[in-house]
Design a protein around this ligand. Structure first.
Ligand code: PLP
Length: 455
């Protein structure tokens, strides 16, 4: 199977034969024997190299990456300026441990993130190596700063897999099964998943019952305000299905938090760093968290996590929280150039490409009976597949079939939630690449039995 575009377009996919090819099969065999079976691999992609939005596998097949390494390579694969910054920094200083010594890159990145954080308050930053670590830092800081122990998180939320982050996570049973006891004191509230309102409301009749549940049930029973340190929320639920809450949810959440002295922690690990066409998803809702967690897109693929907090909260003493590798100079250098690229052009570009994709996607529920809902901001877009638009019965097996067929046609997309296709391309994705992705997904949906709508 050879794409007709192959000869002339290195920015588009080219599949040379059945997948996986022979070299890929050899790697997969070795991986199956020695690597933890807990990793989820939706299709057999064995990557050799990447450039911008395209990755090539070990057999020379080219794919369009609409995952961006799970929303990580914001600037695309191996952006020349990121590569140059990494090489320059690696030749000068790879590690010194910011826990014990000073170096300029750490201070510069902390200052930049403080300047960029939503709201006017002064901020301070603590660095780790991943999203989960950023969350652990946020949990510890919220408890330390308030002297309270309880935490409120949301069903469908994903915050990572370390014990604290996992206690907040309520996304899939397999992520939790067999690992208890987790940290105590965590309770969950329904998330404003308006397509499947947990309170059975239509958006126009919603009185923000999700926050009402926190205020009238949780705070009055198992999480009294004087014991509740923080509410932890993804401003757009990522792994849970790319779900965008209405603005009034954030207004109400802020009111309840403020009135009860509870901190608001926004987990922007997936939604931050320009993914939504603004630096932070919070900006779309004029929301201002007390603490924000970052990772994924922050350093274009190098490991880095950050807990950004109001300076008047981050007053813990030396030794209270730190990490040997957290904020290493090479990751910081990659982050500084990533942020420069976002500010120079990629925020605007992501907003433009997101709008371009959405224009076409908005028609899908009318065109395809199995597309129930399309939602998103910028380049963080979810397409929810259903058996029936009327009953909204979920169609996870059709979604998985679409992911697999897209892979075979050279398009890499992943799922989110049980039955949603997630679109999270690198922010440098081009119009032609968006067109290719849309055409391919339309073909795959049709092939998966997505009959056209009657009307
Ligand atoms: C919103 C959110 N928070 C936290 C995490 C955990 O990040 P990591 O895998 O880097 O620990 C993720 C990962 O998908 C995430 O999407």
């Amino acid at each position: 199977m050879v794409s007709s575009r192959e000869e002339v377009r290195s920015d588009l996919p080219s599949i040379l034969g059945p997948l996986p090819g022979p070299r890929a099969r050899a790697v997969i065999e070795r991986d199956r024997e020695f690597v933890s079976p807990s990793y989820t691999r939706p299709y057999p992609l064995v990557v050799e190299k990447g450039e911008r939005a395209v990755v090539e596998d070990v057999d020379g097949n080219r794919f369009l990456d609409f995952n961006a390494g799970i929303a990580v390579v914001a600037t695309g694969h191996c952006h020349p300026r990121v590569v140059e910054a990494i090489q320059r920094q690696a030749a000068r200083l790879i590690h010194m441990s910011g826990t014990d010594f000073y170096y300029e890159e750490l201070a510069a990145l902390a200052q930049k993130l403080s300047d960029l954080a939503p709201g006017d308050s002064a901020r301070r930053v603590s660095f780790g190596n991943s999203g989960a670590e950023a969350i652990e830092g946020a949990i510890k800081l919220a408890r330390y700063a308030t002297g309270r122990d309880k935490l409120i998180a949301f069903f469908g939320g994903f915050h990572g897999r370390t014990m604290g982050a996992l206690a907040l996570t309520a996304s899939k049973a397999v992520q939790l099964r067999g690992f208890s006891p987790l940290i105590p004191g965590v309770v969950h509230a329904p998330y404003p998943y308006c397509y499947r309102c947990p309170f059975g409301k239509e958006p126009e009749h919603c009185a923000v019952e999700c926050v009402g549940y926190i205020e009238n049930t949780l705070l009055k029973t198992i999480a009294p305000p004087e014991e509740t340190a923080a509410i932890v929320v993804e401003p757009i639920q990522g792994e849970g299905g790319y779900i965008v809450p209405p603005r009034k949810f954030f207004d109400e959440l802020a009111r309840v938090a403020r009135q009860n002295g509870i901190l608001l922690i926004f987990d922007e690990v997936q939604s931050g760093m320009g993914r939504t066409g603004r630096m932070w998803a919070a900006e779309h809702f004029d929301a201002v968290p007390d603490i924000m967690t970052l990772a994924k897109g922050i350093a274009s693929g190098l490991p880095l996590g950050a807990t950004v907090a109001r300076a008047d909260l981050m007053t813990w003493p030396p030794g209270a929280h730190a990490s040997t590798f957290g904020g290493n100079p090479v990751s910081c250098a990659a982050a500084l150039v990533t942020i420069a690229l976002l500010e120079e052009e990629l925020l605007n570009h992501a907003a433009r490409m997101g709008a371009y994709l959405m224009e076409r996607l908005r028609e899908w529920p009318r065109r395809f009976a199995m597309v129930g809902d399309v939602r998103g901001l910028g380049l963080m877009i979810g397409v929810e597949l259903v058996r029936d638009q009327e009953t909204r019965q979920k169609a996870p097996e059709l979604r998985d079939q679409v992911l697999r067929q897209a892979f075979e046609r050279g398009l890499l997309v992943l799922g989110a939630g049980e039955n949603t296709i997630r679109l999270s391309p690198p922010l440098i994705v081009s119009r032609d690449q968006c067109d290719f992705a849309m055409e391919t997904l339309e073909e795959c949906i049709a092939a998966a039995g997505g009959s056209a709508c009657q009307s």
